[in-house]
Design a protein around this ligand. Structure first.
Ligand code: BGC
Length: 378
């Protein structure tokens, strides 16, 4: 069991996170090459001309935000990045943010991390493409005296400084419970689990199995097909679902899908067999396309993770570390063992979203708008 947290501590954390940071959206003051492998500077003030990793007299320093992909979830470019950059800008206008997205390539990510270290980053906020392979990056960072915050996905087998994420096993439990509650008795369940190289995908699957395995064991439900999805790629997810349908002669009564990007692909495969909208399909991320599918009755639920809180927590930790300070201990609400150590962690709470509570959750929070959902391609 890789995740632990206490409810009281989680509540304390939520109180500690200010709700006042202005509405999310694209950050105006920062810019950078979202999709490219090259480095892009965010806040222009505070560039350290010497490339030294020391904070200079004006308090400037550099933080690198390294995100994993754009293919299966819109969250990284539309939520994580602007929320993070905005919070850093508010907390410490002199701190520069280097932003890179690895586009699903672990080697690219390592190069981006190395370049960021060379360019003076004092802190890496690293959402690893590959949870194990990223240990190399952590070792390199440590040798250079650079701190690493494992962002959203746990980096395993390495001496990371902090971990900021959600209760990811809980995400899988919520998805599993939805399938348990909405699949007819005796029905056949397909599980499309996301990338095995992502520690989160392992936790999502574990959480789902916590709920579904007893039902598979006592015959309430049948597990018809289960697979991980290389690189989280929707094209792979669609192929997997097509294979499941073929293998099961279309006898599919519920599909547990790890996220909204894959759910969209699964819906394509179901549609080709006349089954779209007829079986429960789960998701995660509350993407506009996922929410659009929910409103259309094609996807049944998604799991909303308040990325703004996650990005803000990571930004607060990163700014303190970049300024050579000890981060505020009240931010931390748990410890997660990553195989090397108990990593001080910030773990936030995921929430189920269905047709019935879109308004009260993602809209109320300013995560998205009805206009964006309606305009999204399903
Ligand atoms: C994240 C999800 C995301 C998935 C694919 C996971 O690690 O927690 O929010 O959908 O990766 O990028």
């Amino acid at each position: 069991m890789l995740q632990k947290k206490t409810k009281a501590a989680a509540a304390a954390l939520l109180l500690a996170l200010p709700l006042a940071v202005s509405a999310c959206g694209q950050s105006g003051g920062t810019s950078g090459g979202g999709g490219s492998a090259g480095n892009s500077a965010g806040n222009s003030a505070g560039t350290n001309a010497t490339g030294s990793t020391d904070t200079n007299a004006s308090g400037s320093a550099t933080i690198a935000l390294l995100l994993p992909e754009t293919a299966t979830s819109a969250r990284y470019e539309t939520q994580d990045r602007p929320d993070f950059e905005q919070t850093v800008q508010q907390l410490a206008p002199n701190i520069k943010v280097i932003y890179n997205n690895a586009q699903g390539n672990a080697t690219t990510q390592q190069q981006q991390a190395e370049a960021a270290i060379t360019n003076g980053a004092k802190v890496l906020v690293l959402d690893p493409v590959d949870s194990k392979a990223a240990a190399t990056i952590v070792n390199e960072a440590q040798q250079a005296g650079v701190k690493v915050i494992s962002y959203d996905r746990l980096i395993t087998g390495a001496n990371v400084d902090y971990y900021v994420s959600f209760d990811n096993e809980k995400v899988g439990q919520l998805q599993g419970q939805y399938i348990a509650d909405h699949t007819p008795k005796g029905g056949t369940v397909v599980m499309i689990d996301g990338a095995q190289t992502d520690n989160n995908a392992l936790l999502f699957a574990k959480g789902a199995h916590d709920v579904l395995d007893p039902l598979f064991a006592n015959g309430t439900l049948k597990k018809g097909y289960e697979t991980y999805t290389p690189d989280w790629l929707p094209a792979n997810g669609q192929r997997e679902m097509e294979q499941a349908l073929t293998q099961l002669n279309n006898k599919v009564d519920g599909v547990l899908v790890a996220n909204d990007g894959l759910a969209g692909a699964v819906i394509q495969a179901l549609r080709a067999q006349g089954l779209a909208g007829k079986v429960p399909v789960t998701g995660q991320d509350a993407t506009d396309a996922g929410l659009h599918n929910i409103l259309q009755g094609l996807q049944s639920m998604t799991v909303y993770k308040a990325v703004k809180q996650e990005a803000e927590a990571a930004a607060k930790l990163a700014v303190a570390l970049a300024q050579g300070q000890q981060p505020d201990a009240s931010l931390i609400n748990g410890k997660v063992n990553n195989g090397t150590k108990d990593v001080p962690s910030v773990l936030l709470t995921p929430v189920v979203v269905t047709k019935d509570n879109i308004q009260d959750t993602v809209i109320k929070d300013g995560y998205t708008t009805m206009d964006k959902i309606n305009a999204a391609k399903s």
